[in-house]
Write a protein that binds this ligand. Structure first.
Ligand SMILES: O=C(O)CCC(=O)C(=O)O
Ligand SMILES: [Fe+2]
Length: 283
């Protein structure tokens, strides 16, 4: 079990931009688990009476910032149970299994997208790899002209299918964004990219985006999460995804719990009820 010093060291490295975009803590207490559910959420809440894993996830989240949910994702639950569902087998959603989950910034289209996401593995699957790619690893692979174009407001991003709209697009914005302040490691750029949902608004922009996609495939790393692993992803510095795996839907499948963390709650005050962010993306 990681202790409070391990957690504080990971949080300090992430906040300072020294972690390369992710941190892994192992051996978390997850308590006693029922079989992996195979249907939607209400059933899980009833069958999982030991709440040790939820407490572990919230402890990590509160060390990082403010945990939140999004009304369109799992009904706004702050702790979300992710396990394969038959109806999402081949879709680009967190409950899919049979497809590559393409590299993405979590809710790249969202004005209140999370600063961090935290994944706690309750049950692993040896063939399911969580993929990661840090901006630090990808930038050196791109030529300066491409980096220049990626920093210009020439990209629009669509909304995740779980958020309801199929046609809403963000205003044109950069994929690599300069922020006003740099962190302790001297980083002042932020990555906002979804390989499935981001488009270039002209041919040069689209070429730069395609070059970024190729560089991510070269620079990526992966981790196969095991029970008790906590993966913290810095949603400014890294994109993530997942390999395909075979779901059995028999109570033994992979099971993660996830939460989202924002740095502060004030900026979402007009779009938030308690810890649930309610921004709508209507056509
Ligand atoms: O299943 C995974 O390892 C990652 C899924 C994902 O993209 C997420 O939970 O945001
Ligand atoms: Fe994700």
């Amino acid at each position: 079990m990681f202790d409070v010093e391990d957690l504080q060291a990971a949080v300090a490295a992430l906040h300072a931009g020294l972690s390369g975009g992710a941190a892994l803590l192992r051996g978390a207490d997850i308590g006693v688990l029922p079989s992996t559910p195979t249907t939607r959420v209400a059933v899980v809440k009833a069958s999982k009476t030991d709440k040790t894993s939820e407490a572990t996830l919230m402890r990590v989240a509160h060390a990082l910032g403010e945990p939140v949910g999004y009304i369109q994702e799992h009904g706004g639950d702050v702790v979300q149970d992710l396990y394969p569902l038959r109806e999402s087998l081949g879709r680009q959603v967190s409950t899919s299994s049979g497809v590559v989950l393409a590299f993405h910034t979590e809710t790249a289209f969202h004005p209140h997208r999370p600063r961090y996401l935290v994944l706690l593995c309750l049950k692993g699957d040896p063939s399911a790899a969580t993929t990661l790619c840090s901006l630090d690893a990808v930038l050196p692979l791109l030529d300066p002209e491409t980096v220049q174009v990626l920093g210009e407001p020439r990209f629009r991003t669509g909304v995740d299918e779980s958020f309801g709209s199929t046609s809403w697009l963000t205003p044109a914005a950069p994929v690599i964004r300069r922020s006003a302040r740099s962190d302790a490691a001297g980083n002042s750029v932020e990555f906002v990219y979804d390989s499935d949902l981001t488009i270039g608004i002209d041919a040069v922009a689209q070429d730069a985006l395609d070059a970024l996609g190729r560089a991510i495939h070269i620079a990526q790393t992966a981790v196969v999460l095991e029970a008790g692993d906590v993966l913290i992803v810095d949603n400014h510095r890294a994109v993530h995804g997942r390999s395909p795996f075979t779901a059995r839907f028999d109570g033994t499948d992979r099971w993660l719990q996830r939460t989202f963390v924002v740095a502060e709650l004030e900026s979402s005050a007009g779009d938030r009820v308690g810890r649930v962010i309610t921004t709508r993306f209507d056509d």
